[in-house]
Ligand binder design. Structure first.
Ligand SMILES: NC(=O)c1ccc[n+]([C@@H]2O[C@H](COP(=O)([O-])OP(=O)(O)OC[C@H]3O[C@@H](n4cnc5c(N)ncnc54)[C@H](O)[C@@H]3O)[C@@H](O)[C@H]2O)c1
Ligand SMILES: [Zn+2]
Length: 360
């Protein structure tokens, strides 16, 4: 079992472990007891995950609440149903909410925990690759509303994260690839995260084993990604600066998801194209040389992110969508762009003519 520590610099009380390894569901009861004083647990999951892995997760003093599966249920209605369930069970402030599932369950359970009785303990047991390398770490919680994705939420750190990589073996190919897009992203930002694990070379060298889900390599991959994310949120929990680099590939990715009404691409598929757009843009702006461009494009290609059939989106429409970023001045388009192996910088006003050329 591997262990990574998240230590939020600004709030000294927020320090928690991420446990990574195979068959950790069986050890979850002990790991929770070691790290959380809660006397009663409420496990939030869905039918699918419960059916596949529920019998391996045997927790003492736990109640289970099943919510519907899918991003379209990441809303206030489901959030309220979780809060009502907790009230119905008369759970007091000494309880903890356990998110057992992917990013949808993790984001919603964390939000519910942050507001139930003004905040109760929260435990993450992520079961998708995306959730293990990204969403379960760092404390962003959210629901969607009619105006967009993740617009309502809190920053609320879990007490611990238990990433059982064995659970990844039941994910389908599309869900695995969605996680791989976030994984490969870390290879392009690791030095700016403040670390140097040689993740780019690690991925390039072991890509075939990783794609086959050889858990020895997957465990190490999840560990490195968690260390990199931990390193960023240590320095910038609330995205006042550095944390924005985690959005490499997401400016374009989000625009693509939005233009297609969130119904065509998985998040990772959109991010994978977004990563390539960033490299195209960096090369066009002379921020990187051709050697790095070729190496990076090659690594992205080796993951074989196939896009589902979709309509053509006009570059103008995509660029208009990209302008909707709360943190950037009106009319400007912000991109995180590669500048060297493992290094990126944030550019707040991208030349739209060059961008348009690339999007064609
Ligand atoms: N909080 C953050 O920092 C952060 C970061 C990235 C993404 N997110 C959020 O995460 C969500 C996406 O997460 P996701 O990709 O995990 O999607 P998801 O939670 O919808 O899970 C994808 C599908 O896989 C199923 N599933 C889960 N575990 C499984 C398993 N072990 N075997 C088989 N099927 C399984 C789920 O039931 C679901 O149908 C989005 O809502 C996004 O906004 C949050
Ligand atoms: Zn993402």
């Amino acid at each position: 079992m591997k262990e990574v520590t998240v230590d939020i610099k600004a709030t000294k009380s927020s320090k928690y472990p991420i446990y990574i390894g195979e068959n950790l569901l069986e050890k979850a009861n002990d790991l929770i007891k070691e790290n959380c004083k809660a006397t009663k647990l409420l496990v939030i999951t869905n039918e699918k995950i419960d059916g596949l892995w529920g019998d391996k997760l045997k927790l003492e003093n736990a109640e289970k609440f099943i919510i519907p599966d899918g991003e379209k249920f990441k809303n206030f209605e489901t959030l309220i149903s979780i809060l009502n369930k907790a009230s119905e069970l008369r759970l007091d402030r000494k309880c903890a909410f356990v998110a057992f599932g992917g990013g949808v369950i993790g984001d919603m359970t964390g939000f519910a925990a942050s507001i139930y009785r003004r905040g109760v303990d929260f435990i993450q047991i992520p079961t998708t690759l995306l959730a293990q390398v990204d969403s379960s770490v760092g404390g962003k919680t959210a629901v969607n509303n009619d105006f967009g994705k993740n617009l309502i939420g809190t920053f609320y750190q879990p007490k611990l994260v238990i990433a059982d990589t064995k659970t990844l073996t039941t994910l389908d190919d599309r869900q695995i690839k969605t996680g791989f897009a976030e994984v490969v992203k870390y290879a392009f930002i690791e030095k700016t995260c403040g670390e140097n694990f040689g993740f780019f070379d690690f991925l390039s060298k072991n890509i075939e084993e990783i794609k086959k889900l050889n858990l020895k390599f997957i465990d190490e991959t999840v560990e490195i990604c968690c260390k990199l994310k931990a390193s960023v949120v240590h320095k910038d929990e609330k995205e006042n600066g550095l944390r924005a680099i985690l959005n490499l590939g997401h400016t374009y990715g989000h625009a693509l998801e939005k233009c297609s009404n969130y119904s065509v691409f998985t998040h990772g598929e959109a991010v994978a194209v977004g990563l390539q757009v960033c490299f195209d843009l960096s090369l066009a702006l002379n921020l990187i040389d051709e050697n790095y461009y070729d190496k990076a494009s090659d690594l992205i290609n080796k993951f074989e992110f196939n896009l589902p059939e979709h309509e053509y989106y006009e570059p103008e429409k995509l660029i208009e969508t990209m302008k909707f970023d709360k943190k950037v001045e009106a009319g400007k388009v912000r991109f995180v762009l590669p500048t060297n192996i493992g290094e990126v910088k944030i550019f707040d006003d991208i030349n739209k003519k060059i961008l348009k050329e690339i999007l064609k």
